[in-house]
Design a protein around this ligand. Sequence first.
Ligand code: ADP
Length: 402
Amino acid sequence: MGAEWVLVLNCGSSSVKLALVDPASGERRVTGLAERVGTSGATVHLCRDGVEDTSVPEDPSSRGALTHLMASLDDGERDSLVGVGHRVVHGGSRFSASVAVDDAILADLHSLVDLAPLHMPANLLGIETARDALPGLAQVAVFDTAFHQTMPPVAYRYAVPRDWYDEHHVRRYGFHGTSHRFVSARAAEVLGRDVEDLRLVVLHLGNGCSAAAVRGGESIDTTMGLTPLEGLVMGTRSGDVDPGLLGYVARRLDLDVEGVVDALNTRSGLLALSGISNDMRTVCEAAEQGSPDARLAVDVFCYRAAKAVGALAVALGGLDAVVLTGGIGEHSAEVRRGILSHLGVLGLHEDPSANAEHGRGTSGRVSREDHPVALVVPTDEELLIARDTAHLAAQAVGEPVR
Ligand code: ADP
């Protein structure tokens, strides 16, 4: 293959994603997905040179599915690897950049499991399984939280009892950092400006949604907090609610706190408001066909995203661009229109024909050619993971890269 390739792994609690990525060009040679892992229906899909293959792993556990996926790589692909990059959801306050994993780092990562008990065990299993299967290769952890470690205390502290912060790490961390970092750098390129001079609000709108204020290339505030539940309305997550709701609903429905939090994570958001789906495309179609609940779901989603842009513009002290990304941000002209319809106060106005074309003929611009602008910039978290991994693989273990 000639080029040096990176194996990018995203090990979740119910699925495992794999991609063989060229960190220079972003080309994918192989992509793989294991679905429904840990159940008897576990299935592995592999796509190589455009040809798809589906199989059933002998061992349906996460480790079994991942081992099966990695065993699908041929000798040439394995020999071309410079390292393995892992998406890791939480780096706590310890990790402000990607890091090559050695035994000490692995122990640090294990100490962070409590901050994300649903995701961290799967992420760590991915690192340990890949280390066993591909010994001698650099294993690099790329954190969803790392980009937001530049937030100042005024943005990351909650007004809660002091020992919660001092002893239990209760603060705002933020997530989607890899996407916010990738997209803000790309936005600067597209605008032909030095990222140092830019004040950006990035709206990452996918199944999970968050907004970040990026000044001079650094995150200074974001909408997600201790967990990914805070902030914007999402597919199945409520985003911000009155914390007093927890006690009230727990009493009324005879639930414990975990039960209420689970409902806020998995049965809320677009799904709850529309009563139809957590998937924005389906909700938009239902709104189009006259469902008032689906219409309200889209309206609440857009209103809340626009309010976040306003708040983050205040944090930035001004605004040069709103950058939209993620499945919804990149593909839904209707949602972008809904968000922009609230932002005239900041000088942002939709350009209807550019927006309908997703900014394709206008270098991503979907607003009028004023200042500030709204831009669509496709995200590529796997590519940034591949780049960090290639970079760190060439350095000593344990040194951070920004
Ligand atoms: P993830 O956060 O899991 O990576 P994506 O970034 O792919 O997910 O975003 C998924 C969301 O994007 C879904 O709500 C999906 O409906 C939405 N989406 C994708 N294409 C469109 C579209 N054309 N119109 C509206 N929503 C879309």
